[in-house]
Every structure is written in structure tokens, then in C-alpha cells.
Design a protein around this ligand. Sequence first.
Ligand SMILES: [Zn+2]
Length: 186
Amino acid sequence: MRRLRILRGKEKDLVKDLKKAALSLKKLGKKYGVSRQAIHFFYTRRGIKRPVKAKGHQTEECPLCQKLIQISKKPHSEFTSIHTIIKITGESRARSLRHLRMLRNRGLVSQRFGRLRSKRVEKAYAIYFTKRLPIRTIGRMTGLNNFYSVIKQHREWGYDVPPSLYVYDGQERSRVWSEIKRRKQR
Ligand SMILES: [Zn+2]
């Protein structure tokens, strides 16, 4: 009981501190020069209720989560590949993925954010969003011969793919089609 006796005279302060919950039992023990157990014994015996600390990961206080949310708010962020996202965060792959999953589960970023794995597809989309070029040309530039099907698939999965900046006129369309036909015949 000698340990508790040290608390005498400081009890009021300790009760106040216990109700604040900002300090852990270990830190309180250090502050009052007693063991963690002594602090625990003190407040359970007196029936002091400690405020419940918010459970789980605190995304508002996590710099990595905040950075991920920031990236996700940029236009077309669903088409930023996971490689690029990790590079921007400057964190390890495992840590970035863990926090990203948490944010998706809590609905703080889009379900599709961070799912794109192909750097080539990322590059193709970057061109698609900014340049007035036919989809086939972009595919050729990036080594994707199926970029058109990639876009179609993404649209089916709910990705927000705006219409191509390139306007296909009737002549262009028939030229594309006749070329496709010619290719098939080969
Ligand atoms: Zn986090």
C-alpha cells in the first residue's frame, strides 16, 4: 500500500486526469510515480469510469490516410495505378495497401480507387483524357492493342470513363470499319 500512499494529496488531480483519458495508465503511473497497476487499482476501487477511446484506426489523424484521400480527390483518380499511388505516398507497399483497404471499407475513397494495376493502361488513359486522338492510336502509342475493350470493360465495372475527345465522323468510322474487315480477311 506504500505505493498508493504516494498518491495521497494528489488524488484529486489523478481523478481529473483519469476522466480525461488522454493519458494512458502507463503515462499516468509515470506522472504520479506509481505503477500502472496502482493507477488501475485506484480507479477501479473508486468506480471511476474512464471515457471510451475511439476504436480502430484514426484516419483523420493518419498522414498516410490523408495523403491517400487527397490523391483520390484528383480528377480521374480511379485511373491512377496502384504503383503511382504508392510512389506518391512514399510509404511501403504493404502499409499503403493496408490503409487504402481501410479507407475503401469505410467509404472514404471510391471502391475503385487503387485497383488499377497496369501502368500501360494508366498511361493510355492519361492520353485519352487529355489528347484528341483516336482510341486505336492511343493503343498503338502505349502498346495496348485492346484499349477499346479495356475501356468497355471499365465502363461495365462502373468506372467513370468520359467519351473520347476524338470525334469520329462518318468517314473516319467507315475507314476504321473497313480496316478492321480487311484485317480479319488477312
Ligand atoms: Zn491511415
